[in-house]
Structures are given as C-alpha cells and as structure tokens.
Design a protein around this ligand. Sequence first.
Ligand code: CO
Length: 627
Amino acid sequence: MTHHPLTPLMAEEIAAAAACVREQSGLEANAFFETITLDEPDHAQMAAFRNDQVRPTRRAFVCCYERSSNRTLRGVVDLDAGQLLSWEHVPGVQARIVSEEFETGNAIAKADPRVIEALAKRGITDLSTVLIETWAPGNFGHPDEEGKRLAYCHCWVINVAGDNRYGRPIANLHPVMDLQNQEVLRVDDFGVVPLPPDSAAIRPADGLRRDIKPLNIDQPEGPSFEVDGYHVRWQRWNVRIGYNLREGLVLHDIGYEDGDELRPIMHRASMAEMVVPYGDPGGGNYRRNAFDTGEYGLGAALDSLKLGCDCLGHIRYFDVCAHDWDGSPLPIRNAVCMHEEDYGLLWKHTDTYTGQFRAVRSRRLVISSIATIGNYVYGFFWYFYQDGTMGTEIKATGIPFPTAIAVGEDPKYGAVIAPGIASHVHQHSFSFRFEMCVDGAENSVVEQDFEPAPMGPDNPYGNAVAIIERPLVRETEAAREMDLAKSRSWKIVSSSRRNALGKPTAYRLLPGHNTLPTLHPDSPVAKRAGFMFKHFWATQYDPEQLYPAGWYPNQHPGGDGLPTWVQADRALDGEEVVVWYTLNFHHLPRPEDWPVQPIVYASMHWMPEGFFDQNPALDLPPGAITQ
Ligand code: CO
C-alpha cells in the first residue's frame, strides 16, 4: 500500500524498520528501541511531491540503546528498499526512559536489601504493596552519577482499593537505579515521614449526583468534515493529521481554501517539548522536573479514546502505532479524536433603529489526543474556527504529584491538599513549534507593541498610543519575552503576497496566559530547559532542529536546543521561518485538586491579520438564533 509521505508509520513498517536495524546495524540482542517513527520528508522533498509527483523515499528514524556498551545509537531506514541508510553512535547522551525500564526498575529496586531496610524502617514489610517508579534523574553534577544510565525513583504504598496508586507517597525515600547494570546505585533516604492516613480513593463520599439530565449532541446529517486517509477538509480548512513517538499528535500542511486556491499557512505544528520543574529543594524533590516529551515520549503514552467518554458528538478517530522496547508494533486505537463543537456566538449586529439583527453561531473543529504519564494527564487540543483563527489548548489533569507530610505541618514550598499530603509548587512549561509558510515559503517576523506616546503638544490629552512594528530579522534578536504594558505580540508575514489594502498578508500569534520561569537561570534544570526563558523564538528552518531542549534531554548537562541554535544568528527576513512559543503556568495545587485535579486550561492562538480582505465568515448561514 502506498501512503502519503506524511502518513504516520504503520505497524508493518515499524516491524520492518526494527528488523532492518537488527539485521544490518550489528546491534546487540538485548538493545532496546527508544524510537521508531516516521523520518519526515523535508520541505524541498514535499514541494517536489506536490508539484512534480516525485515521491520521497519512505523512511523510518530509529534510535536504540545498547546496554552492554551504554551507548545511544541512531539511524535512518529506507523502508522502500529495506536498507539501513545510516547508523551512528551519539556520544555523551542517554536515550529516553522506556516502558520496560519502568517494569524492571520496580522489581530490581524492591529486591535490593538497602531498599527493603529503608521500607522496614517505615513499617512497610509487604513488598507487594509497594510501587517504585523510575523517573528520569536530570543532571545535577553528582560525581557518582557521571556517565551512568540512571533513574531517580519515587516510592508509593499502593492503595489496596486499587483506584489511586498515588494516594500514599513514601516521602524522602529515593533509590537511585543504575539502569544499565540493573542494580541500585545508592539509596537517598532523607528521613522517615509518616504515611498519609487515607488511601485517597477516587470516588465521592456520598455517591453520584442525580440531578444531571441527558445532553445529546445531534448531527442528523453527519459531520461537516471530509476525511481522506489522514487528510481533513473542514469549513475551508485543510489539515493533515500526523504522529510521532516523541511529540504524539502533529499537524501538517495547514491551509485555507480561498475560492479555488489553497493558501498555505503552516507546514507543521506540534507541542515539541515540555518540562515541569518543582519548587521544593528538600529531600529528593529537586529531582522532579519531567521533560515528558523528550524523557518519556508523549507519543508512546497516548490514551486509546472511547466514544461517549472522552469526546461527545459525531466523532472520527484516527489510529496510530507506537512500539514496544523490543521494536514490536503497539497499535493505539482511537489515539486521535476529531469532532465539531458549537462555540457560541461568532458575530452579531443589531440595527437599533429597525430592531433587525443578524447573528451567526461559531463552530470549531477539534483535533485532540490525550497522554497519560504516570500520575499526570495532558490533553493536547487543536482548534480551527470559521473566521480563520486556529489555536491550541493544553488540558492538564490527573493526580497532582503528592508527598507525605506530618499531619499538622505546612510545607514551605507547597500546600497541604489533604490530611498528611502536601503538593509542591511547580511550573508547567510547553514549547510549541510552528513551521510557517504564510502565503508562500518565504516569511518574515514582526513584533508589535502598543506604545503609549508621551504627553506633549502632539498628545495633549495623554490618550495617544502608537503601534510600533519592529521587524525581527536575525535569530538572536527574535528571542523575546511578553510585555504586558505594551500588549506585545508577533506576526508572521508573507514575503510575496499583498492583500486588497496593499499590505503583506499575515498571521498573528496571540499569547494567552503566561508567566516567566521561577527557576534560577544558573540552576541545573534551567540549563536543560533554556527554551522556557523566552516566550517567543524564531529560527530559520532546519529539519534537524525539532526539539527545543535538544534530541536527548535525559540526563543532559544542558545547553542544547534553542538557546544554542540561535547563536548561529541566521537571517529571518524572507526565509523559511520556524516559530517557537513557550507557554508557562504556575501550579500550586489546592484541596480541590485532590484526589484528582479538575482540568487546568492554557491556550494560545493564531489569528489572521490582513490575510483576508474582510471578515471571512460573512457567508455563514443563519444559525438557530438568527431572525
Ligand atoms: Co501541575
């Protein structure tokens, strides 16, 4: 079967890629496969495919970890020819943690006499009630950790009811695992804290409420989208659904049909990296700083979504395929959900003289997936609107990371959220990556500030506000922070196309809620998460520069990714531009976040600005509320 070049790898392709690497690379038998995913064609190859029907080679990117040599190896497989095109050792890095290491790590830690003794000190002798989770350890410069493949473990007494594995944390006990040699390197024990008294079952104390009536979404003529494979057309939007093991849901070839013309906006959009640094320095808590994308692989952690549960209405699901540590395919059914939502009012005008009004309702297309990583759950939702706006929203839920605390005590860097349970303050930081092509391959970057003018003869009443537009023409000057006083935003403009008013067509990035990092810039975590210190970055397109903390953030000493790349100071004016937007939010968990957290939402949008000549949604038919 011939796939579109951007269609995610199928199960048989993943199996073929793994077999090819095993046969042709000289890989040792017990090596594991960190990543097998589509090696995407670059822009030039896709242009040749679109314009001249030149089909790019179907390729898989493969990364492996070889245990005997403690080496990370990577290469590319030509799936058409069954040939390994390249294979190399990547020195000085560690592959991400894989699922097999979670399973074996738990068993190995529980067999270690030092761990058994530390548990006994806490009165825990039944090891079948203990869960020891292997977390990526970061890099804090401890000499005995240098050069080793490690995990920093967090321990739990598993709730006997079975419905909250994170309700009874064993505070201050952290086995440090040597994952290469499959042994406990040392046990960090910072002292006994009593277990929380409750099991924190996720169920209501007084049964389910009975006053909620059915609410059905009825689409008697079906949905308004058309689907061809992984390609979607909806209300003039065109988008192709993609996937990779690292980022999970990826969107390709985002464009808008304007008359007979399909106008390009973005080649590719994704959430490319994230980090959650915790704000407590005590015990082993400073180790909590999950890079869920690069250290664990969001695409490997996608939920299989169920009708009537995760989504409502006429749902179209898309399957994707992850893989196991041994390279065998692990299909994820219903990994991506697509449906339409009513979104209230889009526009309205009332003629107060005649009493006539026109109003149309807004509908949006939702493409989403949800990743479960241990205690936490992240929903990644992409939205397309009928007025040319598009955007993305994070939905953060699951169980806030708890720690035990003596009843009656208050943590310095967190909050008590249940009897004997504290949760520490932390930040969630997400890096969105957009390969832009607004009305053509060549784009430029403009920053806009609302600049209040000084009072004086030209501004006698102090109301003047100038719109200052500043082209950002090199990468180093395009690393920017938000400015609330100036309502700062950024737009990406076409180098070739003008609208009816003679201005370049453009899309504006609209930041939503955001904050600055609380990490000290010299902290070990900040060095690995340099991307979070600027809200906006722009780089010249380089298909190798996909992940803003670098390809291998696990145990990385820092300095890779965006802050390093922009030192090349490439030109951005009339170039192929990649935009990176950082969305940070603080989180101090509340009692209401326990035992499971209602969703915290954080979003950003792209809005057309002079891309159209007037409101593109004037032609929407009357909705139910129109007269
Ligand atoms: Co949180």
